[in-house]
Design a binder for this molecule. Structure first.
Ligand code: HEC
Ligand code: HEC
Length: 286
């Protein structure tokens, strides 16, 4: 499955020339991520057994500048926590025209502790793998009878950030066997498929070249344990599928849409490459 870059042409097309495009930089800084002096985050771990070409996995936090890293160590500094606060208020707000809120059935966000760590997850009743967003929308529409939330909209993203925040420090542990296996295989295939004019697969950047520089960016392994991520670049919380979309676009390819079966499968596969890292969202990235 492993593919190497044929030539430097793709890298040149990204505005770089030959091997200069891939100048290795100093290895990840030796800092530990502890949030609020309290929540210890595992940002490096042995790779899960299913990964053939990577021995150690790293959170994207390892590749950010010291200043960006620091923002995530204190919830008062983390701009993503504003979204979490919004969602806390929303948790108690009536859905649609009805009287029911999330809190009517789930008591508090803390009641959903541990949920982020195991999603995407096989849903027996639906007979499909579901992301957290799909699960929330199932509650919004089928359980509370309200209109669905936009998959990558602010309301949904902030709610996902809240649900993630109460699981911070817990190990990512998505299941890839049993009924989820077929979807996982599909996601894996997408991960290794070259897309676009540049003919680049996710693996070309995030497996073959992590820790190298591309443009001004320090390439990470493209892990999703920190999502939603607050990006300094666009000043908001960003969803997993929007990030996938951006990365596919960078290869100059047509992309799948957020919430599509392809991106759900890819999310399951990419999440499984982070099994063993801590849930970290909302994280801060550039
Ligand atoms: C009318 C009751 C009801 C309302 C309102 C409701 N839920 Fe649920 N929710 C459930 C039930 C029932 C389940 C499935 C059983 C379970 O896993 O707890 C569930 C499951 C979930 C799950 C998956 C839990 C897991 O362990 O996999 C999440 C996440 C969730 N709800 C979030 C929300 C959010 C966020 C809201 C508000 C936007 C909400 N729910 C509103 C009843 C409700
Ligand atoms: C041309 C190289 C390239 C390709 C191909 C590429 N990415 Fe990325 N990706 C980047 C860069 C650059 C960043 C920003 C720096 C970083 O976090 O690695 C990034 C960031 C990410 C992040 C955010 C990581 C974090 O910690 O916030 C994820 C997730 C991601 N990519 C997933 C993917 C997936 C999945 C694919 C395949 C569909 C893909 N990328 C394809 C270059 C690429």
């Amino acid at each position: 499955m492993r593919q190497t870059l044929r030539t430097g042409a793709a890298w040149a097309a990204l505005g770089l020339a030959g091997s200069a495009a891939l100048a290795p930089v100093a290895t990840a800084q030796e800092a530990n991520l502890v949030i609020n002096d309290e929540i210890e985050i595992v940002t490096k771990a042995p790779a899960p057994e299913h990964m053939d070409y990577v021995r150690e996995i790293f959170s994207g936090w390892e590749y950010r500048s010291r200043e960006t890293q620091d923002l995530q160590m204190d919830d008062f500094e983390n701009p993503g926590m504003i979204g979490v606060d919004n969602a806390r208020a929303d948790f108690d707000t009536a859905l649609g025209d009805g009287e029911e809120s999330c809190a009517s059935c789930h008591e508090s966000p803390e009641a959903l502790e541990g949920v982020r760590a195991v999603y995407p997850k096989w849903d027996e009743a639906k007979g499909e793998v579901q992301t957290l967003e799909m699960q929330v929308n199932e509650c919004v529409t089928e359980r509370a009878g309200a209109e669905p939330w936009d998959y990558t909209g602010q309301r949904m993203t902030e709610m996902v950030a809240l649900i993630s925040s109460v699981s911070r420090g817990m190990p990512v542990d998505v299941a890839i066997d049993g009924p989820a296996e077929e979807t996982w295989e599909q996601g894996k295939e997408i991960y290794y498929t070259r897309y676009g004019q540049l003919e680049l697969a996710c693996a070309n950047c995030h497996e073959d070249n992590y820790d190298n520089m591309i443009r001004a960016d320090h390439l990470s392994q493209g892990q999703i344990n920190g999502f939603p991520t607050y990006r300094l670049k666009n000043g908001k919380l960003n969803t997993v599928h929007d990030r996938f979309k951006g990365c596919v676009r960078d290869t100059r390819a047509e992309t799948f849409s957020p919430g599509s079966p392809e991106f759900v499968a890819l999310e399951l596969y990419v999440a499984s490459r982070g099994n063993g890292l801590s849930v970290e969202g909302p994280s801060v990235r550039n």
